[in-house]
Ligand binder design. Structure first.
Ligand SMILES: [Zn+2]
Length: 256
């Protein structure tokens, strides 16, 4: 299934089209950094529509727009819920956590609407102290890969700063960005059902999605083997199947 996602932090009503995950994309995920997310999204971006309104490179997305695309990819792959098991930090017993991803995202949304002014393909935001900036993109993150964290942050701020004092910008821009578009990188309050100890579960959408795909890669080998043995299909043919279709064939085999 192809899904289309409107980009909220990119002017001119742009969209991205995303194909369903196939084995060939699942197989290539090996980490949970931004570059891993960018490579995965680029492999999933659909080319069914060629239009000035359609974005075809995920590195050009602002971070909040990339998170919206990753959310859509998560929901298309795993459904609306996040379901996981954690170990209690007190009694060490495992317990289940589940929540609806869209509910979590709605709870993070800022009250104020996006009030950026369009300039050169970006929304430009201005703080009360006159610092004008654009949102950070994947291209900015790729440009600082390999740098030490402090240097990387400084380079990103100077790339995103449009107008204003650099010193002030260093303080204000990160705060202003997270107020305008909070990342899906939060601590969720939970209580262990066994010993009733309250504790936090850290949820970062990008790393949760990428690590879920990495975890499933172990199953992928068995799934490919099963389909190859039963239908006589080649490796490439099976890896090109959309994940839901691959799973449909496997459930037919399971139910006999
Ligand atoms: Zn416990």
């Amino acid at each position: 299934m192809v899904i289309n996602i409107p980009l909220e932090y990119c002017p001119e009503n742009k969209w991205i089209f995303l194909n369903e995950l196939r084995g060939v994309e699942e197989q290539m995920v090996s980490g949970s950094r931004s570059i891993d997310a960018i490579m995965l999204l680029d492999a999933c971006i659909g080319s069914v529509v060629e239009s000035d309104f359609v974005v075809s490179k995920s590195a050009s997305l602002t971070i909040p727009d990339r998170e919206a695309v990753l959310t859509a990819l998560y929901e298309n792959t795993y459904g609306p819920k996040v379901e996981t098991t954690v170990q209690c930090r007190e009694c060490k017993q495992p317990f289940d956590i589940d929540f609806i991803l869209s509910d979590l995202i709605s709870s993070l949304k800022p009250n104020e609407a996006n009030a950026g002014k369009e300039a050169n393909g970006f929304y430009v935001f201005t703080t009360n102290n006159g610092i004008s900036f654009r949102m950070c993109t994947g291209d900015d993150e790729l440009a600082v890969m390999g740098m030490k964290p402090k240097q990387a942050e400084e380079v990103i701020i100077s790339r995103c700063l449009i107008k204003g004092d650099r010193k002030k910008a260093r303080k204000e821009i990160p705060k202003a960005m997270s107020q305008l578009a909070p990342l899906i990188d939060v601590d969720i309050d939970t209580i262990c059902p066994d010993c009733e100890t309250g504790q936090k579960f850290h949820f970062n959408l990008q790393s949760y999605l990428l690590n879920s795909i990495i975890r499933d890669k172990k199953l992928l080998t068995f799934e490919v083997h099963r389909l190859a043995v039963h239908y006589g299909w080649g490796l490439n043919e099976i890896l090109q199947l959309p994940r839901s279709i691959r799973h449909n064939f496997l459930s037919i085999l399971e139910t006999g």
